[in-house]
Design a protein around this ligand. Structure first.
Ligand code: HEC
Ligand code: HEC
Length: 263
């Protein structure tokens, strides 16, 4: 039966040719190309051949450690219930005692008179997130880091509750939305900048977004520049970094003048 087929020159030629081509390409793909790689990852011919065939590295017992980021990012996940835990004997009163070490910079009742941020009446969720980020190093500050290093989670919650309970002193300038500069009122849609007010506004208190008025002008400006240069990177999903790096210097000045009430 095979006799007549093998005597057919066309059959032998085409099947034989295909077979030779297969052998040749297997040689090129699995032996020649892999062995031509002098990458340190491909140690030995067998290893190279397995890599070429797509065998996962862990099968070869060489699983490498997962890549860790050289920079710290925020580990805080804010949910509406993050601060709900009943505090055991803590709360505002305990926070007030702990806050005695904060007054020299943040003011007697949380209202700053220098260029440190005002804390009085800030949302507890924001205060808590920032304190956690200072502690983990996600928000770098040579001043704040040593002050929170030894504090327990309950301390941070009580401090946040205390400062959130103090009266906020809004500047009259930001009560008047008509006077808001364009970047605050409408953003810059062509550059992907939403209006600042859509997150920082008085009508929309978004979880983990601090209010900005009234904060000292220099403080706000430093923070915006830090976001723009990526030296502050504790904002979840890079929300503020993406905004700040698309802002012009004029827009940064206009927005900080507005929010600090220094116009
Ligand atoms: C030696 C001065 C100093 C002391 C004392 C101090 N802080 Fe601060 N704090 C700062 C400075 C400066 C910043 C701004 C850091 C930056 O530029 O990122 C800051 C930032 C903060 C912020 C972030 C505010 C925001 O709007 O993002 C919080 C919250 C805070 N401090 C809470 C506290 C608490 C609570 C204490 C007491 C345990 C304290 N601080 C003690 C100087 C101080
Ligand atoms: C998409 C929402 C969103 C918009 C829009 C937005 N921000 Fe923010 N902003 C945030 C969040 C979230 C944070 C807090 C980041 C963190 O976790 O520390 C923040 C923080 C800031 C801070 C630091 C405040 C502090 O006390 O630490 C400044 C300054 C600021 N924003 C300015 C602006 C300005 C100016 C605009 C308008 C050009 C703007 N933001 C628009 C979400 C937003």
């Amino acid at each position: 039966m095979s006799g007549p087929l093998l005597r057919n020159r066309w059959f032998v030629g085409s099947v034989g040719g295909t077979f030779l081509l297969l052998v040749f390409s297997v040689f090129v793909g699995f032996v020649w190309l892999p062995s031509a790689q002098d990458d340190s990852l491909f140690k030995g011919l067998l290893n190279s051949i397995c890599s070429a065939a797509g065998v996962p590295r862990s099968w070869l017992g060489e699983a490498s450690a997962p890549v860790t980021s050289p920079v710290k990012v925020s580990e805080v996940v804010m949910t509406p219930t993050t601060l709900d835990e009943p505090s055991s004997g803590g709360g505002v009163g305990r926070g007030a005692t702990l806050a005695l070490r904060c007054t020299m910079c943040h003011g007697l009742r949380g209202v700053s008179t220098s260029q440190t941020p005002t804390l009085a009446g800030q949302y507890a969720s924001s205060l808590y997130k920032e304190l956690r980020d200072f502690q983990s190093g996600a928000r770098a500050s040579a001043v704040m880091a040593p002050l929170v290093a030894e504090l327990h989670d309950q301390d941070l919650r009580d401090l946040s509750a205390y400062y959130a309970s103090l009266p906020r002193q809004q500047s009259p300038a930001t009560q008047d939305l008509q006077s808001a500069p364009d970047i605050v009122a409408t953003g810059a849609p062509m550059r992907n900048i939403p209006p600042c007010g859509s997150c920082h506004g008085r009508l929309t208190a978004k979880l983990g977004v601090p209010w900005l008025d009234p904060q000292p002008r220099d403080y706000l400006k430093t923070q915006l520049e830090a976001f723009a240069h990526g030296t502050r990177r504790n904002d979840t999903s890079a929300q503020m970094r993406n905004i700040a790096r698309n802002m012009t210097t004029e827009e940064i000045d206009a927005s900080v003048d507005y929010y600090s009430g220094t116009r």
